[in-house]
Design a binder for this molecule. Structure first.
Ligand SMILES: Nc1ncnc2c1ncn2[C@@H]1O[C@H](COP(=O)(O)OP(=O)(O)O)[C@@H](O)[C@H]1O
Ligand SMILES: [Mg+2]
Length: 280
């Protein structure tokens, strides 16, 4: 096996990112980095600004302040150029082409990586047909990888919810990203599907794509992530390993409201990681 050329190169570097909607500052002065080979979690209560931060990273929103670089180069503010640079994403609200097949959805995700131009496509030149075959082969590999190969000809809208989320991941991977952003990938999944998604994210990392993931399922986050950042009211409150973040009282308070609130119902505390017997 070959070893990676570098082990700690920064993939994503966001510095001082601020995003406002009228009078509301949804993201305030947020710094975040993701290194090669890392899985980083982004958590925080509803409305904390997590999705807005993703939208800033991917060029959907233009932040009022801050800089965002991918592998040392400032990113364009145009979403398709961000994808071309190497950042792919999935959406909190699934965005698939409902009336296209599973395979076609993945092929759409490949278009930023195919070099054949419009005329080549219209004339169906040999180069175009070769590119098309290569794309289809790669798309099938991704469907195998995500466990959707047998559904290749099904319409996306007929897939169960959990598989639609997987298809979004397959489509995102089709652009061959160096960084994958996942916005609540396990929302609506049962525990078995969630566990499978955990394995899938690990496999994605193993294949050389760094991952930044937003998720409410704390077990998923703390099992999976090398590092976790907590966003509260648009600001980064804490960042560290799963253990550091779980032990931080400010995080608990942010999720529960006032820490001393006697009316807080039991069972609403953030879930802890799987018991792996690590405690001495
Ligand atoms: N396009 C928008 N226009 C105005 N306000 C927005 C927009 N998008 C998000 N917001 C507001 O920004 C805040 C952060 O939202 P969001 O990023 O969706 O939070 P999260 O993903 O952490 O739940 C919320 O108060 C939300 O209402
Ligand atoms: Mg969100």
């Amino acid at each position: 096996m070959t070893t990676p050329a570098t082990t700690t190169r920064t993939v994503l570097e966001a510095t001082g990112v601020t995003m406002r909607f009228g009078g509301l500052t949804a993201v305030r002065d947020v710094d975040l980095t993701v290194d090669t080979g890392e899985i980083v979690g982004l958590i925080g209560p509803n409305g904390a600004g997590k999705t807005t931060f993703f939208n800033c990273l991917t060029g959907l929103y233009t932040p009022a302040e801050g800089t965002i670089s991918y592998r040392g180069t400032r990113l364009s503010r145009k979403p398709h150029l961000v994808t071309q640079a190497g950042i792919a994403r999935t959406f909190q609200n699934i965005r698939l082409f409902a009336n296209m097949t599973v395979l076609e959805n993945v092929l759409v995700g490949r278009h930023t990586r195919t070099k054949e131009g419009l005329w080549s496509a219209l004339l169906r030149s040999p180069g175009f047909r070769k590119a098309e075959r290569d794309s289809e082969q790669r798309a099938m590999e991704l469907l195998d990888f995500t466990g959707l190969a047998t559904q290749r000809d099904h319409l996306a809208r007929n897939l169960p919810y959990g598989e639609q989320r997987k298809l979004e991941i397959a489509r995102a991977l089709a652009s061959e990203p160096g960084l994958l952003l996942l916005d609540e990938p396990t929302a609506g999944m049962n525990p078995q599907e969630t566990r499978a998604t955990q394995d899938l994210v690990r496999a994605i990392r193993t294949q050389g794509t760094a991952v930044l993931v937003i998720e409410h399922d704390m077990r998923f986050i703390f099992n999976l992530c090398d590092r976790v950042a907590v966003l509260v009211q648009g600001q980064k409150l804490v960042e560290g390993t799963a253990d550091t973040v779980q032990a931080d009282e400010r995080v608990i308070a942010a999720y529960l409201g006032t820490p001393t609130d006697p009316t807080t119902p039991p069972g609403e505390t953030p879930a802890t990681t799987d018991d792996t017997g690590a405690t001495p």
